[in-house]
Ligand binder design. Structure first.
Ligand code: ATP
Ligand code: MG
Length: 578
């Protein structure tokens, strides 16, 4: 069985989720009021504006769900716009991955795909317009001087000595900047606003700079590029965005956003509204850090299953529905906070509990011979695919004389609360029989290498006619029918809630050295033979797993642990250790 088996119900859930009206957060309230007042003719146009300088992460998912979500709820549209104003850091690899990830999350932009670079001509004309109005000037201070003249939070800035250049001189210099006559850093174009403003963003911000780098879309056509604030505001206006939803760090940029809209003949008047970004504990989310983890090979790539990127979460086994549910539960607020990563894990567990078929796979096998079971006999036992979903049906699992069980499910000297297999002890094999351990065979080093058991033929299906009980049910796989599996046990990438948060520590000091454990000897039941990449399963008693999309082959199964089940035994053992 593969992922598709659970898909129709997942799709239905997704459809319900999207049409059900989520509780109205402050942004949805503003939009509802705007529609009521027939602002923008009642239309709602939002945009998701990633910079293509990295892969999308779970924080972006919050923004995607919000922007596409409010558009869907209001019969509006959401544009996907690449904010590609920095040719040095951007790349088509990122553009492609972003499109893939937004679609995977379940959202569509149709023909509303834009690039800020599509608007470069118009943005350039707007810049010239500002110069003509005397509201922008070419400044020839060095970058360091510009910084120094800008002042600080407590001190006002000082006017640049170039602030009073004539319109003609500015037009001429700006044109020559565009033609490539100057080196990078020789001049910039600045908006002439107010060097004494308490808001540093209003102290004659740079709106164009020289950058002699080839752009992934416009090639060498430009050697001047608009700065983010200028390009972003004008892109919103050019695309007639009605509500420009961004994260809180842009709150102080809003006066500049509004100044640009007020001082240019723009085709529309979008409104910027800020919300809190998503922070997760045990997680780093800045693209700079994620890039460093990839480049310095702390992880195996942007889609490493330990990464908080959407491609990493996908490869880990997260479903789009679980991420959307998570985002909707986190909600949208105006105050920054940190969300417990356990909430994300909970969302995927909850989803997979309903949708992922349950199968048996032994991660660390121990051979078991059922001495009184006929040689060469094979029985097909009926197993339930998902007790949470009757329509998932049943399957046949072969049972034979030689099986594998989990090494951990046997103890030669069982501690007090250990109810699984031990010498002389009887347990239930899931969907099978009661078996009793009669002998543990050891190798020269004293390690148990094989168990001999007897089975009780009348307990087939898992109950004894005489009513005797066993305290434990364990999973197993028939040795002759088993499919070999490599199992990758992923754990959190960081050991501390706030990586690098302690004085004098780098976030990399808090990496979890045991975030990946690879088990090469796994034995899975035969229904997993040839499982399709990204198929998701619950391995009974082990957790949720998915078939790795990069390395799994029809003849070489690789399973990634998405998230564990809660293990009471581990908790008891820990308590006892303590
Ligand atoms: P950087 O980490 O380089 O500052 P960024 O994370 O802001 O970049 P962008 O590509 O500019 O990345 O982000 C695209 C959109 O996603 C922006 O509107 C941004 O506000 C939003 N976004 C980014 N990170 C988060 C987050 N953690 N929570 C919510 N929204 C986010
Ligand atoms: Mg950004």
């Amino acid at each position: 069985m593969d992922d598709r088996s659970g898909k129709s119900s997942a799709d239905e859930t997704a459809a319900k989720e999207r049409t059900a009206s989520p509780p109205a957060d402050f942004i949805r309230q503003i939009i509802a009021a705007d529609r009521q007042a027939n602002k923008h003719g009642g239309r709602v146009i939002t945009r998701f504006p990633p910079e293509p300088n990295g892969y999308l992460h779970i924080g972006h998912a919050k923004s995607i769900c919000l922007n596409f979500g409010v558009a869907l709820e209001n019969d509006g549209v959401c544009h996907l716009r690449f904010d590609d104003t920095n040719p040095a850091k951007e790349d088509v690899e990122y553009v492609d991955s972003i499109m893939r990830d937004v679609r995977w999350l379940g959202f569509e932009w149709g023909d509303k795909l834009f690039y800020a670079s599509d608007h470069f001509e118009k943005i350039h004309r707007f810049a010239i317009d500002l110069v003509r109005q005397g509201k922008a000037y070419v400044c020839s201070l060095s970058p360091d001087e510009i910084r120094e003249y800008r002042g600080t939070l407590t001190e006002p800035g000082r006017d640049s000595p170039y602030r009073d250049r004539s319109v003609e001189e500015n037009l001429d210099l700006f044109e020559r900047m565009r033609k490539g006559e100057f080196e990078e850093g020789a001049h910039v174009l600045r908006a002439k606003i107010d060097m004494s403003s308490p808001n540093i963003n209003m102290r004659d911000p740079t709106i164009y700079r020289i950058k002699k780098a080839a752009h992934h879309r416009t090639g060498d056509r430009w050697c001047i590029y608009p700065m983010y604030d200028f390009a972003h505001t004008l892109s919103d206006a050019i695309e007639s965005i009605t509500h420009s939803l961004c994260t809180l760090e842009f709150e102080d940029h809003r006066p500049l956003y509004d100044w640009i809209l007020a001082n240019l003949p723009v085709p529309s008047q979008p409104r910027q509204i800020e919300f809190a970004r998503l922070n997760l504990n045990y997680t780093v989310m800045s693209k700079r850090r994620l890039l460093e983890l990839v480049q310095k090979k702390y992880v195996q790539g942007w889609d490493d299953p330990r990464m908080p990127t959407l491609s990493g979460l996908r490869r880990r086994g997260y479903t789009p529905a679980s991420i959307r549910t998570f985002c909707s539960r986190v909600g949208v607020a105006k105050r920054d906070s940190t969300v417990d990563v356990a909430m994300l894990e909970h969302a995927v567990r909850e989803d997979l509990n309903r949708t992922a078929p349950r199968v048996m796979c032994v991660l660390r096998p121990l051979r078991v011979v059922i001495d009184n079971y006929p040689e060469n006999q094979v029985e097909q036992l009926e197993a339930v695919n998902n007790p949470e979903n009757a329509s998932a049906g049943t399957r046949q699992v072969p049972f034979s004389r030689v099986l594998y069980i989990e090494r951990d499910d046997f103890r030669e000297d069982p501690p007090k609360k250990f109810f699984r297999l031990a010498p002389g002890r009887e347990v239930r094999l899931r969907y099978g029989y009661y078996v009793t351990c009669v002998e543990a065979v050891k190798d020269g080093g004293g390690e148990v290498v094989e168990l001999h058991c007897t089975y009780d033929p009348v307990t087939r299906g898992g109950s004894a006619p005489d009513g005797r009980k066993v305290k434990s049910t364990i999973h197993w796989v028939s040795a002759a029918h088993a499919v070999d599996a490599e199992v990758r046990l992923y754990d959190r990438l960081f050991l501390t809630e706030n990586p690098g948060g302690k004085e004098g520590r780098d976030y990399k000091d808090d990496l979890n050295p045991a975030s990946l454990e690879v088990l090469t000897g796994g034995k899975a039941e035969p229904s997993l033979a040839g499982a399709a990449p990204e198929s998701r399963y619950q391995l009974e008693r082990q957790g949720y797993f998915c078939v790795d999309s990069r390395d799994s082959r029809p003849d070489r199964l690789v399973l990634n642990r998405t998230v564990g089940l809660r293990d009471t035994w581990a908790r008891i053992e820990k308590k006892e250790e303590a």
